[in-house]
Structure formats: structure tokens, C-alpha cells
Design a protein around this ligand. Sequence first.
Ligand code: EPU
Length: 427
Amino acid sequence: MDKFFINGGIPLRGEVEISGAKNAAVAIVTATILAEGPCILENVPEISDISICLRMLFDMGASIKPLKKNTIEIDTRGIKEPNVPYELARQMRASSYFLGTLLGKFNKANVPMPGGCDLGDRPIDQHLKAFRCLGASDEIDHGVVRLSADNLFGSQIYFDFITVGGTINAMFAAVKAQGLTIIENAAKEPHIVDLANFLNSMGADIMGAGTDVIKIRGVSSLKGATYTIIPDQIEAGTYMIAAAATKGDILVKNVIPKHLESITAKLRIIGATVVENDDSVRVFVENQLVKANLKTMPHPGFPTDMQPQMSTLLTLADGTSIVTDDIFDNRFRYVAELRRMGADISVDGKVAVIEGVGELTGAPVKATDLRAGAALVIAGLAANGVTEIDDIYHIERGYECIEEKLKQLGADIKRKSIPGTAVRQAL
Ligand code: EPU
């Protein structure tokens, strides 16, 4: 297994360029299944979640051509069967997106049931409810979700609670359903809007993405399109917090500052200075950081994907902070690792109480999931001494070239590679 060794305590300074958004990219790459021609995708992040997604498309019959760094051409016309291979599907949660895209394309889908994951149980009941509303039947057969419909018909879908994946899957099937679909209580994340823009550029008719009511008029076919994926708000937020945690000064470039507002607002309360420009934000710290309470919410609230990083920053602040994260069952697993670095955090269910300790010390720790790994990187950058982070493959699921980007900001970070562990596959 590869590890990072970080010699902390160095204020990060300089500029960092943010990559394409993972959660937009996994949806958009999968959406190419619906196109009846080649798609060219730009700003595709080179991360392992995308490699797996591309590998799944390739194994199913698609042709994938890297055109230049972060730009690929995908032609899915070679996919003739609505079946997803188990070995790859089980590696990523977003494999559930194949349900909606294959149903939209073939009126059928056979996709291995996504299992639980590092964040806890992740049911798909709302996804199935959306497909049923559109006229599909479903069964679970030997661990495979089988969907089928004679025809898909537009309908009203009301989600019981906000679900990003459910909204995306409903959009995939509805773009090809006959008539009008109205999705209510829809997720509003920036990647929902990005996906809608991509599908519209393929010829779909989607209105209202980014609000909680999305209206989709089905079309009979979608064409290939060229599209540039939005910058990753979570990667950007992670570097913003790294600047504050190390008392550095970073210009985070290629961002949409509007997507970062909940992170910017919280950083300002904690005592960091955030200067917003057209497509960059500068973060620096002049004073001692102070406590803040935090509750994660669907967009435009504070994202659960930023909670571990922000909680790490709060361990360095004066005072007691209370953090509530009830979106997933298991989002505080990193806390045990942070305690090894001197953090004072107690967790009761979905609530963490953080007593600021002012300083962390380097220790051997383990990334338990993607954002937990990002939090440990931030802790290591801020800590006194050397932090050794194990299981960094979690981090590489979602952060392109993190080691190189941090080095460019002055961090002392090294990777120890053990031959034979596949970390970053070629796009
Ligand atoms: N849920 C259900 N039933 C469903 C769908 C969701 O009970 O049918 C529950 C989930 O178990 C969870 C909550 O509803 O408790 C919200 O889940 P949601 O569907 O919104 O999340 P997701 O689509 O599985 C995406 C991101 C996550 C991000 C969440 C929340 C992708 C590929 N993943 O997951 O990203 O945390 O939305 O914003 O877009 C990450 O990038 O590290 C990550 C985990």
C-alpha cells in the first residue's frame, strides 16, 4: 500500500489550480451511454473513480480515446447489452448511475447492487421509486438490480428526502421518457446543474436544475456533445482549509466562488480572510482561529464532503466547536485517527464536540475514506513533526495530483510506493 509522509508545520503559500469536479465527472462520463455519437469531455479529473468508470464503459463495449491531458473522447455506440460487470461495479457507489443511463438507453438495466461503503449503509430505495414512477419494474436477483420497462413515461417524482444520486438517476431515465417528468424535492448541488447542462447540450430538454423542482420533457434520442466539466468545489474547499490550517496564504485558481460560499462563510467566522475574485479565491490567516459550530446540509448548506476537513481545522481553533453531520451514518471515523495526533474530539452518534487544542503532533494514521483522508492530509500539514498516512488510495479516488499540488505550495510531502499497488491508472 502507498503511504504519504508529511513533515508538517510549513505555512502553504502560492497558487493551486483546481481540477474538474469528481461528482460531476462520474455522472457526466456515465451519461455518455445515452448519446448516439461520440462525446468529448474536457476538464476530466485524473482520479481513480473516473478510471473505474471509464473501465466499466470500456468493458461494456465503449471506445475511449484520451485526446490530451484531462480531455477524452467517449463513444458508447459499441455498448449493446444493458449489463454491468460486478468486479468493477462494486468498487464505486456511482456505479448505480448505470441503472438510470442503461434504463434510458435500452429500457432495461442489470447492475450489481451497490453495497454498503465506508460511509455506512447506502440504500437506493429512492432511485427505484423514481424508476417505478416512470414505468419501470424492478427486482433484485442474485445481487443484481434488474430494471425493465416496455416504455418509459414522464411522471411526477417526489423524493422523500433530498438525494443527489436519486435525482441524477431520475434525470437519466426521464430524459428518454415520453412526455413531461417533474422531479420535486430535487437535489440542487452544482453537479446536478452541470449534468443538466451536459444533457441539454446532447439535445435533452431539462429546466429548473439547481432548484428543487426539475422539469424534463423526454426526447427520442440524444446526440454526442463536447462539454467542459465544472471545477471541483470540494477539492477547492480542501485547499482553502489547508491554507487556514497552516496559517499560509494560497490563491485557489479555476473555481466558481459561488459554489464555495458555505465554505467561505464558515472560514470567515473561524477567522480566516477569504478574498473572492472572478474565478479564484485567496485564503490567508492573520489572527488566532476561533471556534464555530457546523451542521452539514444538502446544497446550498455546508457539504458533508467538507465536514472532516473543517472539523480538523476546528481542532486548531480556540474554544469548543459542535459539529453535526447526519447525512451518512459513518462520517466521523477519522476522529479516532485525529486523536492520535493530539486532537480532543468526542463523538456521540452524529454529533462531535471539538475542544480546540491549538496544535497537533505528527503520528502514523490511516485514511478511512476519501474525505477522511483529505482531513488527515490537512492535519499532517499543520502538525508538528512527521505524519505517516496509510491507505492513501482512498484520497486518490478524488484528488488529482494532490502530492504535486501540495509540493508546489511548499509542503514537505513524500509518497512511499510499494510496487504492485495500482494507484493512478491512465485515463
Ligand atoms: N439515501 C437513501 N436512499 C436512497 C438514496 C439516498 O436512504 O435511495 C440516503 C443516503 O444513504 C444518505 C442520504 O440519503 O444518507 C443522502 O444520499 P445521497 O443520495 O444524496 O448521496 P449520494 O448520491 O450517494 C453523493 C456524493 C457524495 C456526497 C453525497 C451528499 C457522488 C458520486 N457522491 O452521494 O460524495 O457525500 O452525494 O452530498 O456524487 C464524496 O465525494 O466523498 C462523496 C461521498
